[in-house]
Design a protein around this ligand. Structure first.
Ligand code: NAG
Ligand code: NAG
Ligand code: NAG
Ligand code: NAG
Ligand code: NAG
Ligand code: NAG
Ligand code: ZN
Length: 928
């Protein structure tokens, strides 16, 4: 699956606010900070306030029978949102039993019959256990071990509107009225919501699917169609569509879709698959042309993966479908991949570049799963990271192959890996390999740790073994476990055998332990460095018992003219370096750790930055690494914001997009933290303007002919930062262009720049009337179908940015629960902009608290949204009172669906509060 994470595609800037009165806010705030020490001590003494005790007992079915084959027949009713179904399962009896237990959730079961030796036995009792999603069928006779039996179940289900199981998704048809299609989303544990089954990844079986659907609709499933005939004995105009038998597969990868689709298709070259693969993109009517980019990427990727994995794509066809209501980003159902519309469709003329990149990536990620995940599946959800970390890494690997100009590995090192480090620096993080037992725990690990730390760990192994050896090992792993299941150790074994190195020894600390080290470096005499490691915590308060891991750390010390390939294997070691030179650890940022340099070494690095060619920091990843380590280590206290800001001013001549994007991210955090501190905030904004206003002026508003895509991103970043930090020229030009844009001249703001223009226009509105007018115009774009969908979403995401007037804030808040105007899959995004905005955060929290039940109802059924929303609401809080109040609010709630997101949000908020307390005096001095 790909999760919907706007941070991956859109750089989220924080917004400054109006300069406030010099004294009053500071002193009222300062008074509060005097209370902080006691309270902080309290917070930090409790490791995890609300995380439920994790029982490591997997919630699994008794191993009494084993499914071998399913014959599934479904008749959905798209008018009444229900369906009838029957499933005939061939079972092997593993032990004598008169009870069969399987999974079912929100299904009605009418009859259950077992066929043994051509005689049938009806269940005499059917018991649901709704806590465990299990149903027990009791029969009057014992089924004997070793027997093959068939179980027939007839059932009914609801086409729900929760984006999980077999569900309905709405859209506007050509005459403007609302219609529905039916589709599925089963990962992780929702196949049981669609039909009774053994819903565990290691219980693989084959499937025959039959769908009875209105004859004017398209019906799709994993396999190709083997017959399509008018339905027997049906009063309605139905057809019966049967699909070929699937290979052995896990239930969570099954899929079926019914709706009025159109498609475009192509065939791969067949060069590495041995035959051309029929590839299609299905969309609602009128949109299929926007699938061209995804189709091209898919056809190229299918051959590329067949080549690098040295195994052909195993199914007869590949379909990709854009679904209007979709909770995640995309889902890798075998042969029938489903996507949120914005993750698949891209309009060459009218969409923004970042969507070209993210749709390409999402396609490649899902196609990687067709081998890694579908052909070989994790044996249980503990190993989810293996699926997701690998698909993330290899997804970018394919995109780098197809679009080398995009420099996606620089992007990965500066953005995705940083996201992983940020989450993993919290106590509330978890190891990449994490024991999970039940659905609510499983849902919560589809997070940056599994995806991004997982991918970063894979990137480390790849860099250590070399890509060629690594891919050979992957082939051997896939080949050994094809049509079966595997665990993390199986991957390490395959890689170890191929490489002739003990990969587990190197990797275990990275996947089995929470967190990562901060590596402290200081001079030890003239030509030695002393390097020590300790677990890194963003809270900066590592306790005695918390530092028992010794990571195996590849140091890659960059000095002039060479890279010293040392490995730190102890807590503390010395290494020889050339006399008196600057040095940078983790050259290329290939490994997961932060580096804290001594003052002398930091000074030498800053001197390198001053050189026109940046000296040993000539690689963008290395410059970005310096700035991110400095920014983050200021938060935890190893460094401080004053040093960070003085380094930031050295980036005035920087032209690399990724370096500036990292700088922006760190600066944004500083701005967000000190928003409203009268003397400090304007000074920080001035630094920001000094860096970005000249660049914005130099780059101008119009793309040059044949301009590289990264240069477009640089322009967007420069204009955005200059405008948000108050550069008058950019603001005036933005308002001017916005006005023309709203009046219908869309050419004045390129698709890449619209998000920025909307945000600056909202934030820099001069009065309530203007803010309101801008808001209305931007909201209108959300539902204007003449724009491609990514532009609709951009409009929605910008709505809360920088708004200040309570009337406008309230309008935005009301959209959170407005299911007529905003789809549930999008509504959580308001939490991001409003939680990030100092003017609206308090109102957002009030709104959340007073509407908790409704918000819970709206979001909780959809995986992840509620957690994302809550995390966004909390993460930027920086005062202890609000934190305490929220903790008390959540203490009376059942938080098990979102406990991880809640805890990480609270932890970040406490770090903010502690940082303000620690740095307040120094920052005032600095500002003066
Ligand atoms: C089969 O059932 C018996 C009786 O409940 C139990 O003792 C035995 O361990 C079971 N065997 C297996 C392989 O599960
Ligand atoms: C359990 O689930 C079944 C099937 O959805 C339903 O009929 C029944 O009412 C539920 N029982 C309880 C106690 O909620
Ligand atoms: C089914 O048939 C097999 C062999 O024909 C026999 O051993 C077994 O006892 C029968 N089972 C039942 C439940 O009748
Ligand atoms: C079961 O019945 C079918 C036909 O109804 C027959 O072909 C088959 O041989 C029978 N099997 C047994 C084990 O009696
Ligand atoms: C609108 O079109 C759909 C099919 O596209 C049709 O089923 C429906 O009856 C139409 N509604 C109206 C009001 O014309
Ligand atoms: C590899 O290293 C691990 C961890 O140190 C150890 O348990 C394992 O036995 C080693 N395997 C081999 C084949 O040496
Ligand atoms: Zn995935």
């Amino acid at each position: 699956m790909t999760t919907e994470d706007p941070d991956q595609t859109i750089l989220v800037e924080k917004n400054g606010i109006e300069a406030k009165d010099e004294t009053s806010p500071i002193w009222t705030r300062y008074a509060l900070w005097l209370l902080v020490p006691i309270m902080l001590a309290l917070y930090f003494s409790q490791e995890s306030i609300v995380l439920a005790d994790i029982k490591h007992e997997r919630q699994v079915l008794p191993a009494l029978v084993k499914p071998v084959h399913y014959d599934l027949n479904l008749t959905p009713d798209l008018n009444n949102f229900v369906y009838d179904g029957s499933v005939k399962v061939s079972l092997q009896v593993l032990n004598d039993t008169s009870i069969i237990v399987l999974n079912a959730n929100e299904l009605t079961i009418d009859t259950a019959i077992v066929f043994v030796n051509n005689t049938s036995l009806s269940a005499i009792d059917i018991q649901f256990d709704n806590k465990t999603d299990q149903v027990s069928l009791t029969f009057g006779e014992t089924l004997v071990k070793g027997l093959g039996v068939q179980l027939l179940i007839e059932f009914q289900g609801v086409l729900n509107d929760h984006m999980s199981g077999f569900y309905r998704s709405s859209f506007k048809n050509s005459n403007g009225s609302t219609s529905y299609l039916a589709t599925t989303q089963f990962e992780a544990t929702d196949a049981r919501r669609a039909f009774p089954c053994w819903d565990e990844p290691s219980l693989k079986a084959t499937f025959d699917v039959t769908l009875n659907v209105p004859s004017d609709l398209t019906a799709l499933s994993n396999m190709d169609i083997i017959s399509d005939t008018p339905a027997a004995k049906s009063p309605l105009d139905l057809k019966t569509v049967k699909y070929a038998t699937t290979p052995l597969m896990s239930t969570y990868l099954l899929a079926f879709i019914v709706g009025p689709f159109e498609y475009i298709e192509g065939f791969t070259t067949g060069e590495y698959n041995g035959r051309p693969i029929k590839t299609r993109v299905y969309t609602l009517p009128g949109l299929s042309n926007q699938g061209r980019h995804a189709l091209n990427v898919a056809m190229e990727t299918l051959e590329y993966f067949a080549k690098v994995f040295d195994l052909p794509y195993p199914l007869p066809k590949l379909d990709m479908v854009a679904i209007p209501d979709f909770d995640a980003g995309a889902m890798e159902n075998w042969g029938l991949v489903t996507f949120r519309t914005t993750a698949l469709l891209y309009d060459e003329k009218n969409s923004a570049f970042i969507y070209k990149r993210s749709t390409a990536y999402t396609v490649a990620h899902e196609l990687a799963h067709q081998w890694f995940g579908n052909l070989v599946t994790m044996e249980w959800w503990d190993h989810l990271w293996l699926n997701e970390g690998f698909a993330t890494w290899v997804g970018w690997f394919a995109i780098d192959h197809i679009f080398p100009d995009w420099q996606v590995w620089t992007m990965f090192a500066t953005q995705n890996m940083q996201d992983a480090l940020n989450l993993d620096g919290l106590r509330s993080s978890h190891p990449v390999e994490v024991a999970v037992s039940n659905p609510s725990e499983i849902h919560q690990i589809f997070d940056s740790i599994s995806y991004l730390k997982g991918a970063s760990v894979i990137r480390m192994v790849n860099s250590w073994l070399t890509t060629q050896t690594f891919l050979k090992g992957i082939h051997s792993y896939l080949n050994q476990h094809r049509l079966s299941n595997a665990a993390t150790n199986d991957l390490w074994s395959a890689l170890s055998e191929t490489a002739g190195k003990n990969v587990s020894e190197f990797m275990n600390t990275w996947t089995q332990k929470t967190g990562y080290p901060v590596v402290n470096v200081q001079l030890n005499g003239k030509n030695q460095i002393l390097v020590t490691q300790a677990r890194y915590l963003l809270t900066g308060d590592l306790g005695k018992g918390e530092d028992d891991t010794t990571w195996w750390v590849p140091l890659r010390v960059k000095v002039p003219e060479q890279v010293l390939d040392y490995t730190l294997k102890e807590k503390s070691q010395t290494f020889v370096v050339p006399d008196n030179t600057p040095l940078k650890l983790n050259q290329g940022q290939t490994s997961l750790y932060r580096v804290n340099y001594s003052k002398e070494l930091m000074t030498r690095l800053i001197n390198e930055l001053k050189k026109p060619d940046n000296g040993i920091l000539s690689e963008p990843t290395d410059r970005a690494g310096i700035i991110s380590d400095l920014g983050i280590l200021s938060r935890s206290g190893e460094q401080n914001t004053v040093i960070f800001l003085s380094a930031a001013t050295e980036f005035k001549n920087e032209k690399n997009y990724f370096v500036l994007a990292e700088l922006t991210k760190q600066l944004s955090h500083v701005i967000s933290l000190w928003e409203g501190f009268g003397t400090i905030e304007p000074r920080i904004n001035k630094i920001r303007r000094d860096i970005y206003a000249p660049l914005a002026k130099e780059l101008g508003w119009e793309s040059k002919q044949g301009e590289a895509e990264l240069d477009k991103l640089l322009r967007v970043l420069a204009i955005s930062e200059a405008g948000l930090s108050g550069d008058e020229n950019v603001i005036a030009e933005t308002k001017n262009r916005f006005e023309k844009f709203i009046n219908g001249d869309h050419s004045v703001v390129s698709p890449d720049l619209r998000y920025t223009v909307f945000k600056i226009s909202l934030k820099q509105a001069s009065n309530e009337e203007e803010e309101n007018k801008v808001w209305e115009s931007v909201f209108a774009i959300y539902s204007d179908e003449s724009f491609p969908i990514d532009q609709n979403i951009i409009a929605l995401q910008s709505l809360g940015t920088g708004i200040k007037y309570p009337s406008v804030i309230t309008k935005t808040l009301n959209l959170i629960l407005d299911d007529k105007r905003v789809r549930t899959q999008d509504a959580w995004m308001f939490f991001k902009a409003l939680g990030n905005n100092n003017n609206s955060r308090e109102l957002l929290i009030k709104f959340f608290e007073s509407n908790y039940e409704k918000i819970y109802q709206r979001f909780s059924k959809s995986m992840g949204s509620l957690g994302n929303a809550i995390n966004s609401m909390i993460s930027d809080i920086n005062d202890a009172n609000t934190i305490r109040e929220l903790e008390s609010f959540f203490s009376s709630k059942d938080v098990k669906e979102y406990s991880r997101s809640l805890n990480s949000g609270l932890e970040k908020a406490k770090v903010n509060a502690a940082q303000i307390q620690r740095e307040h005096n120094d920052m005032i001095k600095w500002a003066k």
